[in-house]
Design a protein around this ligand. Structure first.
Ligand SMILES: [Zn+2]
Length: 217
């Protein structure tokens, strides 16, 4: 079965998905990761995708569907956490019947207030030298502007300034709200508050995923 995991930039979706996978009960499929894998391995799909991305275009739906079909496989006992897909209602509808083995059991959305997301992302600082990440209030470096690990200079990524974050969140809302509404109408949406510690959020997420995967529908 498939459980769709959704969350805005800054909601902590990546971290939480990793924790779910570490529990050993689930397999994660991230369409972004799978695409990168194809590109790295130089498969035909990878070569095509690479040239599309190089032109600054989005990889078309049919290509994403093909790689997704391959990744889903035929082990009906698996519970798959799907990350980065579906991005629109058309994809969500296709996903309902994409695999005979894996049916969509529901979607979980990590819910965080917009202002909190902006604070989380715009407070991020990254070490120019080693890539370590800090946060001005949640995880500040010992010395302001300097990396604890290597002494390198901490910078704010250009995409992380508040104006850019607002644009990214607008894009996410525009793309994802209809998908959230779609699952809501199907009565298969669970909203998990992602405001709290990593552990608290995980506890709530785990409960939601377990409830979906053990449900009868
Ligand atoms: Zn560093």
């Amino acid at each position: 079965m498939i459980i769709v995991l959704m969350g805005a930039p800054g909601a902590g979706k990546g971290t939480q998905a990793d924790l779910l996978i570490e529990s050993g009960k689930y397999r994660k499929i991230s369409t972004g990761d799978v695409l990168r894998k194809h590109i790295k391995m130089g498969t035909q799909i990878g070569k095509n995708a690479e040239s599309i991305i190089a032109q600054g275009k989005l990889v078309p739906d049919d290509v994403l569907l093909e790689i997704l079909r391959q990744e889903l496989g035929s082990n009906e006992k698996e519970v798959i956490i799907l990350d980065g897909y579906p991005r629109n209602v058309a994809q969500a509808k296709t996903l309902q019947s994409l695999s005979q083995v894996h049916r969509v059991k529901g979607a979980v959305v990590l819910d965080v207030e917009r202002e909190e997301l902006i604070a989380r992302i715009s407070g991020r600082r990254v070490c120019q030298a080693c890539g370590a990440t800090f946060h001005v209030s949640a995880n500040p470096p010992k010395t302001q502007g300097k990396c604890d690990k290597c002494g390198g200079m901490l910078i704010q990524r250009p995409d992380d300034v508040p104006e850019k974050v607002r644009v990214r969140l607008d894009v996410f809302d525009k793309e994802t709200k209809p998908v959230i509404d779609f699952y809501n109408q199907m009565k298969s949406l669970t909203s998990v508050s992602a405001d709290g510690s990593k552990e608290e959020i995980y506890k709530a997420l785990k409960k939601a995923v377990e409830s979906l995967s053990s449900g009868k529908n």
